[in-house]
Write a protein that binds this ligand. Structure first.
Ligand SMILES: Cc1ncc(COP(=O)(O)O)c(C=O)c1O
Length: 384
């Protein structure tokens, strides 16, 4: 279409959304599709959080809030990070946005000048490069290897640093790989940032889904130049409520809030209140997270074993709710293979193309065990 900006012509649509939409369309047409495409918990939010949203409406907490989020929610976020991560943030170091996605967008728009480079480990979450490029930046991809469980090698990061590097991004536990970076890796990346005077952006949306070992935050090493990105979507099962937050140096947070104040203003007021309750009601929320973590762990074990048994190489992910399987036995082209899974086995997955994971596809196991077992049977029949 003519009349649109070059910027929007250059922007790629999200393939996750596209494959999910295709799977849902087939479902609507009456096909029994098992959609393992979406990146969201299949659990309903915890009851106390649902009740808090009702209470917010009853109490009339429905007006604009400060652009950076309510003071009560920002305090609850600061307390969460002190309690769970031993990080100290003042209220002016915390801002609330419409999902972690907007925190990241604000950050790239605030930090990058045209031509500035951001180092991003691959396979990566689909939205990082488009957001970086919208801000005029350049994505510098550092690959990770399936045989290393997709864990980042800091030496490869060091080799990718140039005079134009502005930031390094890490996402652990990661989407789409489920990789959890060990402490020495995160420390080494933070040291590189400090040595080269770079920003560290750490996307910790999947903090509460770690199945082997402990979650470590990358924000503890170089807080002066680290932006921690988090939110309510995954660990609190509040995807559609659109609450994310960013924590970092106050000057960065203030600058990001200037952008937000002129673009979207505050995140949803009712959802801010509900998230505050999710963070403050520590025991009830921890019980919910323990229950969901256990369910994801059981599903992970079944799907990873099942895919490997079928001859589709799948490294064991230590976190998040995704498994990356090598689909080359089905077809060397991952889009062709994922299309075959959808159209012939009626199992929806996302091909690795837009994650920079050629040959692989992402299986989301945020679905029931019954669906996982049935999907494995269908794939088995397709391969036979
Ligand atoms: C790695 C990662 N970061 C950020 C986000 C953004 O999530 P939200 O905007 O729902 O907080 C997602 C969502 O899928 C994600 O997977």
């Amino acid at each position: 279409m003519t009349g649109l900006s070059q910027r929007i012509h250059a922007l790629k649509a999200s393939s996750t959304v596209a494959f999910n939409a295709k799977a849902l369309e087939m479902k609507r047409a009456g096909v029994d599709v098992i959609a393992m495409t979406a990146g969201e918990p299949d659990f309903q939010p915890p009851q106390h959080v649902l009740e808090a949203a009702h209470e917010a409406v009853r109490r009339g907490l429905t007006k604009y809030t400060p652009s950076e989020g309510t003071r009560e929610l920002r305090d609850a976020i600061a307390k969460k990070h002190a309690r769970e991560n031993e990080l100290r943030y003042e209220a002016d170091q915390v801002m609330v946005s419409t999902g972690g996605k907007q925190v990241l967008y604000n950050a790239f728009m605030t930090l990058l000048d045209p031509g500035d480079e951001v180092i991003v480990p691959a396979p990566y979450w689909v939205s990082y490069p488009p957001q970086i490029e919208l801000a005029g930046g350049v994505t510098v991809v550092v690959p990770t290897r399936p045989e290393e469980g997709f864990v980042l090698d800091p030496d490869r990061v060091a080799a990718a640093i140039t005079p134009r590097t502005k930031a390094i991004l890490v996402n652990s536990p990661g989407n789409p790989t489920g990789a959890v970076y060990p402490e020495p890796v995160l420390r080494a990346v933070a040291e590189l940032c400090e040595r080269h005077d770079l920003w560290l952006i750490t996307d910790e949306l999947y903090e509460h889904m770690v199945y082997d070992g402990e979650f470590v935050t990358a924000a503890r090493y170089y807080p002066e130049r680290t932006l921690l990105v988090h939110g309510a979507s995954k660990g609190y099962a509040l995807t559609g409520w659109r609450i994310g937050w960013g924590c970092g140096p106050s000057a960065l947070v203030k600058a990001m809030n200037k952008l937000q104040g002129q673009s979207t203003s505050n995140a949803n007021a009712v959802a801010q209140y509900a998230t505050q309750v999710a963070l403050d009601e520590v025991e009830a929320t921890a019980a919910f997270q323990a229950m969901t973590r256990q369910a994801y762990r059981e599903r992970r074990d079944v799907i990873v074993q099942g895919l490997n048994d079928l001859g589709l190489r799948t490294p064991l992910p230590q976190g998040a709710f995704y498994a990356m399987a090598d689909l080359t036995p089905i077809d060397p082209d991952e889009t062709v293979a994922a299309t075959a899974l959808l159209e012939r086995a009626h199992v929806g997955v996302v091909p690795g193309t837009d994650f920079a994971a050629p040959g692989f596809a992402r299986f989301s196991y945020a679905c029931s065990m019954e669906q996982i077992r049935s999907a494995l049977e269908r794939i088995g029949r397709l391969l036979a």
